[in-house]
Write a protein that binds this ligand. Structure first.
Ligand SMILES: Nc1ncnc2c1ncn2[C@@H]1O[C@H](COP(=O)(O)OP(=O)(O)OP(=O)(O)O)[C@@H](O)[C@H]1O
Ligand SMILES: [Mg+2]
Length: 292
């Protein structure tokens, strides 16, 4: 971390509410400059909501958020964002280069005109992600992994200091997942920027991340893998007993298996059966707790 420069992210007793629900409930953590943070947590934990709050798209109910030392603002040019739900542009017959340029035209400069600065920036980000070969190909003919490369290029337009990447690994096979993570890591180090990278699986990120931000139950835990991916911390975040298993350098997070307990009580009536059903759903060891 650079001495003297503000933290990339300071989240101080922040509560985020959607509808009636508190998605985050008085959460505090700080992310340093040039950290690669894996953002994890079950479906609905608030990974997307947190990113949207950093962008000023979700209001803070209480507490404060500072990004690179400044208050949250919409259209913050120091943030690059890859949303979880990605545009249907992906199916259009558009060249890779033009696809990248669209983000510049639409978002950052707000001008349909492609000036020399935009053109140069598009070439810069294409080179950064190793996308020169993809630039002249049709988007509709690229693989998911190749398209991901161009989406990353889009986020790098305008030279942001913080990247918010929401589930870049969704729908990629394991080999391509690793490729995308390694690409982001390389770019992050080359540019000395900060990355928040949300995912459903910890393992593809293990070799690249500096720390983990785990969300659940309105809480947030930020720390090293060893600090956060532990029985006590995760049991608190899930609100139920969690086991952590390490096998051949991979980590598996799962509910404590209570199947025997459930069978014992199966005849006692619906109330118990429901309770135990819930806990058992993810109980099989070879499954990640919140795999989709
Ligand atoms: N506009 C909204 N109004 C009310 N509730 C919402 C709204 N948007 C999202 N939610 C709820 O907020 C919670 C957090 O959603 P969020 O999308 O941030 O979770 P997530 O961690 O990104 O989940 P996933 O892993 O499925 O992407 C969910 O329970 C969701 O249903
Ligand atoms: Mg999400």
């Amino acid at each position: 971390m650079n001495v003297g420069s503000p933290a990339a992210l300071e989240v101080d007793r922040v509560t985020l509410e959607l509808g009636e629900r508190a998605i985050l409930d008085g959460a505090s953590f700080a992310v340093g400059q040039e950290e690669f943070i894996g953002v994890l947590g079950p479906n609905g934990a608030g990974k997307t909501t947190l990113m949207r709050a950093l962008l000023g798209l979700v209001p803070v109910a209480s507490g404060s958020i500072r990004v690179n030392g400044a208050a949250v603002m919409r259209g913050n040019p120091s943030i690059g964002y890859m949303p979880q739900i990605r545009s249907s542009l992906a199916n259009r017959r558009v060249l890779g280069r033009d696809f990248v340029a669209m983000a510049a035209d639409g978002h950052r400069w707000g001008l349909p005109l492609r000036n020399a600065r935009v053109v140069a920036d598009v070439e810069r980000v294409l080179a950064l992600v190793g996308g020169e070969q993809l630039a002249a190909r049709l988007l509709s003919e690229l693989s998911g992994g190749e398209r991901q490369r161009l989406l990353l290029a889009q986020c790098l337009l305008g030279d942001p200091r913080l990247l918010l990447l929401d589930e870049p690994l969704i729908s990629l096979d394991p080999r391509h997942q690793t490729g995308v993570v390694e690409l982001v890591r390389r770019v992050q180090r080359e540019l000395n920027i900060t990355v928040l990278f949300s995912a459903h699986e910890l393992n593809p990120l293990l070799n690249s991340l500096d720390r983990v931000l785990y969300l659940g139950n309105g809480r947030a835990a930020l720390g090293t893998v060893d600090e956060v991916i532990s029985k006590p911390v995760l049991s608190k975040l899930y609100g139920s007993p969690i086991d952590v298993m390490r096998v051949n350098g991979r980590i598996f997070v799962m509910s404590v298996d209570i199947e025997i307990d459930k069978l014992d009580h199966a005849h006692e009536g619906d109330e118990h059966a429901h309770e135990h059903d819930h806990g058992h759903r993810h109980g099989h060891g070879h499954h990640h707790h919140h795999a989709k």
